[in-house]
Design a protein around this ligand. Structure first.
Ligand code: AR6
Length: 204
């Protein structure tokens, strides 16, 4: 080191500090983002699709992802054996700029049993993050699962999504997930996410 101060030459050698437990350098607030746009354009490690139990494609974001990924995605999805509601499976991303697609199956919103819908929606986020971490995906972008065709009210879905992500990141002591991006598309979701994000991830 050319910049050593002359007096430090007389000091005894520095003691090597003991290994420290992992501490994520970023605060929780720095590990989440919110954008409005087309999830198929994002070059993150994994994007999360709002799929159905067949995993064989459909409309909405599912259709957009299959169109952009190309027919190889459907070919792989045929081998996955479907997926339970409230859970997720992972595939390659083919022509998409991301590395993996996580296919989460949200609930059709049941107005008579909102707690059941909530548990299933929460399961989508938790399973997706667990799969991402296991697969070495450190940045994950979520579509607003169930808030389209499946009828989940945006203002109810947003806090469920954010609480699940927050709790996962708090538990993620090794910092496997570095960034979670919430991707909104329609104005109702933009408004709901803008309102709730600072409550769940307050600026430090
Ligand atoms: N990028 C990001 N978000 C999008 C995009 C996009 N390109 N397109 C739509 N969204 P939906 P669901 C938003 O209906 O409610 C399919 O047919 C959209 O505004 O795609 O979970 C599946 O195959 C909404 O906020 O999914 C299932 O059968 C969110 O994505 C069923 O729909 C989810 O809306 C699943 O219904």
């Amino acid at each position: 080191n050319k910049l050593v101060h002359p007096t430090s030459a007389k000091l005894p050698p520095a003691v090597t500090p003991p290994p420290q437990p992992f501490q994520p350098s970023k605060s929780l607030n720095d590990r989440v983002g919110l954008i409005r746009g087309d999830i198929t354009t994002l070059a993150v490690d994994a994007i999360v699709n709002a799929a159905n139990r067949s995993l064989l494609g459909g409309g909405g974001v599912d259709g957009a992802i299959h169109r952009a990924a190309g027919p190889e995605l459907l070919r792989e999805c045929r081998t996955l054996g479907g997926c339970e509601t409230g859970s997720a499976k992972i595939s390659g991303a083919y022509r998409l700029p991301c590395r993996k697609v996580i296919h989460a199956v949200g609930p059709v919103y049941d107005v008579l049993r909102p707690e059941t819908s909530e548990a299933l929606l929460r399961g989508c986020y938790t399973s997706s993050l667990r799969l991402a971490a296991e697969s070495g995906c450190r940045s994950v972008a979520f579509s607003a699962i169930s808030t389209g065709v499946y009828g989940y009210p945006s203002r109810e879905a947003a806090p469920v999504a954010m609480r699940a992500v927050r709790e996962f990141l708090e538990e993620d002591k090794e910092g496997k997930i570095e960034l979670v991006v919430f991707v909104t598309f329609e104005k109702k979701d933009v408004d709901a996410y803008n309102d709730f994000l600072p409550m769940f991830f307050p600026p430090e």
